[in-house]
Write a protein that binds this ligand. Structure first.
Ligand SMILES: CC(=O)N1C(=O)N[C@@H]2[C@H](CCCCC(=O)O)SC[C@@H]21
Length: 120
């Protein structure tokens, strides 16, 4: 598939939205993530993200979201594709790490999932 840039506004099927800035010459980007769902009952707020995209013609990336309304962190990794209909698509996998009050609960504090984003 043709490579595609992460810059711009994206949404996923959960209704979450993210905006990604210009990619620096080192492949670094910043952005903001507004999740539509949460594993907590906290009021959801926009959260900052930072990441890298490979620039050598490939479009693999990774980024971290530091949730502003709870003490968890999510890391995303994936690739940007132009799909068969010509639509830019982010195929991602993610890990959501929740903060554990007790090391005995550590085993249950990492959720994993997969998700596809399309350009808004
Ligand atoms: C793309 C995707 O699947 N997700 C999405 O858009 N929102 C949820 C999670 C939101 C976590 C909020 C903070 C918390 O509940 O601790 S990160 C993975 C998942």
């Amino acid at each position: 598939a043709a490579k595609c840039s992460l810059t711009g506004q994206w949404k996923n099927d959960l209704g979450s939205n993210m905006t990604i800035s210009a990619i620096s010459e080192k492949g670094i980007f910043l952005g903001a993530y507004l999740t539509s769902v949460s594993a907590t009952n906290k009021t959801i707020l926009t959260s900052p993200l930072i990441g890298y995209q490979q620039l050598n013609g490939s479009s693999t990336f990774g980024f971290t979201v530091k949730w502003s309304f709870t003490s968890s962190i999510t890391v995303f990794t994936g690739q940007c594709f132009i799909d068969e209909t010509g639509q830019p698509t982010l195929q991602t996998a993610w890990l959501l790490r929740s903060e554990s009050g007790d090391i005995k609960d550590n085993w249950s504090q990492t959720r994993v999932g997969y998700n596809i984003f399309h350009k808004l």
